[in-house]
Design a protein around this ligand. Structure first.
Ligand SMILES: *Cc1c(COP(=O)(O)O)cnc(C)c1O
Length: 391
C-alpha cells in the first residue's frame, strides 16, 4: 500500500502555487499561529505581540484589518477588537482601574456592564451608578478617588444624552478617564474622540456587524491606552474574536453607511407615525426629545439610531401580552442591529421592583426598527396596538 507523505501534505498549503489570484473579498486568515522564518525573527516578534503576528490570541491579520478600519472610522489612533462588547468593556475596566479607585457610571447603562462595575468591589474598586438630569450634575458625584466616568449617550433603555464637551471638561479638571459605550450611534452618527473622550467602546454585535450573525466588541482611543488594554485586559482575560467573526464584521462595515442612512430615515418615519398616538404615554428617543436634550442631540448626532423605548398608558399586563404577541413583522428577541425589527418588553411578570428602581413602568417595551419597509413596520405596530388597547 502506498504511504501518504503527511509532512508535505499537511504542514503547509501554499495557495499561491496553485494559481495567482486577487480575491474581491478580504482573506480570512483562520489560523492559530504563524511561522517564523528564523530564530531571530521569533525572538523579535514574540517580544512584541501587539505589532507582530505570533498567535491569534494576540493578533491576526484579519482581526488587525478590522481594527485598522474601526480606528479610522472612529477617528482614533488605535483599536483593539474583542470577542464581545462585554469582552471590550470588562477588559477596559480591568486594565484602567485598580484597588482604591472610584468608578462613576452615569444614567442607564447596559446591565451587564453595571454588574461588572459593581463586581469590581472584590478588587477594591468602588462603583457608583447615578442618574443625573443635566451633565453639570456629574460634578456632584466626583470624589478624590474617582478614576473613570463611564457612560452611554444616548443611554440604554432611556436614550438620554450627555453633553460630551462638558463630561470631558469635568474629567480633565479632576484627572479622570472618560469612557463611552457608543454602540447606539455607531461611528457614523457620533464621534466622541473628536470631543476629547479617552475611550470609545462598541458592541460589534449590533450595527457594525449588522446581520445578527456575529458577536464582537472593540475599544478605540489613544495608542498608549489601547496598548495597555491589549497587554492586560485582552491578553489576560482572553476575550479573542475569531478571524471568521472579524471577517463577518468587515463585511458588515462595507454597508454600514448605507444601512445607517436607512435606519435614520426609518426611525423618523416610525416615530412620526406613532408619537401622537394617545395610547402611548412616553417615547424614549432623541428624535422626540425636547429642551436641553434636543439641543445636545442636535449638537452631537448627525443621524439617529433606530433603537427606542415606549411606555403604554395602560399598565395592564394581559394587554401588554396581547400587544407583543400580536406583532407579526416585529419579532420578540434580545440584541438588535440586524435586518429584523424586534420588540423586547422589560416586564417579565416578577421584576416590577427592579423596573421601579430603573424608573420604568411595567408597560415599557424596547423596540428596534430594522431594515424592513418602514410602512410595514408602522402597520404592524398599529394593528398590534389596536388589538391590545382600545382607542
Ligand atoms: C449589546 C450591548 C452591549 C454588549 O455587547 P455584547 O457584544 O452583547 O457583549 C454593550 N453595550 C450596549 C449599549 C449594547 O447594546
Amino acid at each position: 500500500m502506498k504511504k501518504n507523505n503527511y509532512e508535505n501534505i499537511c504542514s503547509e498549503v501554499d495557495v499561491n502555487s496553485i494559481e495567482s489570484y486577487v480575491p474581491m473579498a478580504p482573506d480570512i486568515v483562520q489560523t492559530t499561529s504563524f511561522h517564523f522564518s528564523n530564530y531571530e525573527e521569533f525572538i523579535d516578534y514574540s517580544s512584541d505581540e501587539k505589532n507582530h503576528f505570533v498567535y491569534t490570541r494576540g493578533s491576526n491579520p484579519t482581526i488587525k484589518s478590522l481594527e485598522n478600519k474601526l480606528a479610522e472610522l472612529e477617528h482614533g489612533e488605535k483599536c483593539k477588537v474583542f470577542s464581545s462588547g462585554m469582552g471590550a468593556i470588562s477588559a477596559t475596566l480591568f486594565t484602567l482601574l485598580q484597588a482604591g479607585d472610584h468608578l462613576l457610571m452615569i444614567n442607564t447603562i447596559y446591565g451587564e456592564a453595571v454588574s461588572f462595575g459593581k463586581y469590581l468591589s472584590k478588587y477594591g474598586v468602588i462603583c457608583d451608578r447615578v442618574d443625573v438630569d443635566s451633565t453639570e450634575e456629574i460634578s456632584k458625584y466626583i470624589k478624590p478617588e474617582t478614576k473613570m466616568i463611564y457612560f452611554e449617550s444616548p443611554s440604554s433603555q432611556k436614550f438620554e444624552m450627555l453633553d460630551l464637551d462638558k463630561v470631558v471638561s469635568i474629567a480633565k479638571k479632576n484627572n479622570i478617564y472618560t469612557a463611552i459605550d457608543a454602540t447606539w450611534a455607531s461611528p457614523i452618527f457620533q464621534s466622541p474622540l473628536d470631543h476629547g473622550i479617552d475611550v470609545v467602546i462598541h458592541s460589534l454585535s449590533k450595527y457594525l456587524g449588522g446581520h445578527s450573525d456575529s458577536v464582537g466588541g472593540c475599544v478605540i482611543g489613544k495608542e498608549k491606552i489601547v496598548n495597555d488594554i491589549f497587554e492586560h485586559g485582552h491578553q489576560a482575560l482572553g476575550s479573542v474574536i475569531s478571524p471568521f467573526n472579524a471577517w463577518l464584521t468587515i463585511r458588515g462595515l462595507r454597508t454600514l453607511p448605507v444601512r445607517m442612512k436607512q435606519f435614520d430615515s426609518s426611525i423618523r418615519y416610525v416615530l412620526d407615525a406613532i408619537k401622537d398616538d394617545e395610547r402611548i404615554e412616553k417615547i424614549y428617543h432623541p428624535y422626540v426629545s425636547t429642551g436641553e436634550q434636543k439641543k445636545i442631540a442636535d449638537k452631537y448626532l448627525t443621524g439617529y439610531g433606530s433603537l427606542f423605548g415606549l411606555d403604554f398608558k395602560d399598565k395592564n399586563f394581559d394587554k401588554l401580552k396581547i400587544f407583543v404577541n400580536s406583532l407579526k413583522v416585529v419579532s420578540i428577541g434580545v440584541s438588535w442591529g440586524g435586518f429584523e425589527s424586534l420588540a423586547l418588553p422589560s416586564f417579565k411578570g416578577n421584576n416590577e421592583a427592579n423596573l421601579k428602581e430603573r424608573g420604568l413602568p411595567i408597560s415599557h417595551v424596547r423596540l428596534y426598527v430594522g431594515l424592513e419597509n418602514p410602512e410595514t413596520i408602522v402597520e404592524d405596530l398599529k394593528q398590534a396596538m389596536d388589538r391590545a388597547y382600545k382607542k
